[in-house]
Design a protein around this ligand. Structure first.
Ligand SMILES: [Zn+2]
Length: 61
């Protein structure tokens, strides 16, 4: 069973929309991911349960 889901996020710095992957197997978590356009670090706060993403918030890390 693949518990990795793709999600669109909006960069809080440059406004670019890009797709990243979320591992839903362990429930909600927070992580840092670099914007694929401007390369600045984005904090991703993921709310999820197995196979389903409830919400993803972004913040300037
Ligand atoms: Zn950006």
């Amino acid at each position: 069973m693949n518990l990795e889901e793709d999600v669109e996020v909006v960069c809080p710095y440059c406004g670019a929309i890009f797709t990243t992957f979320v591992d839903t197997s362990a429930g909600g978590y927070a992580t840092i991911e670099d914007c694929q356009v401007c390369c600045r670090p984005i904090e991703l706060i993921v709310g999820c349960h197995a196979g389903v993403i409830d919400q993803v918030d972004t913040a300037r890390a």
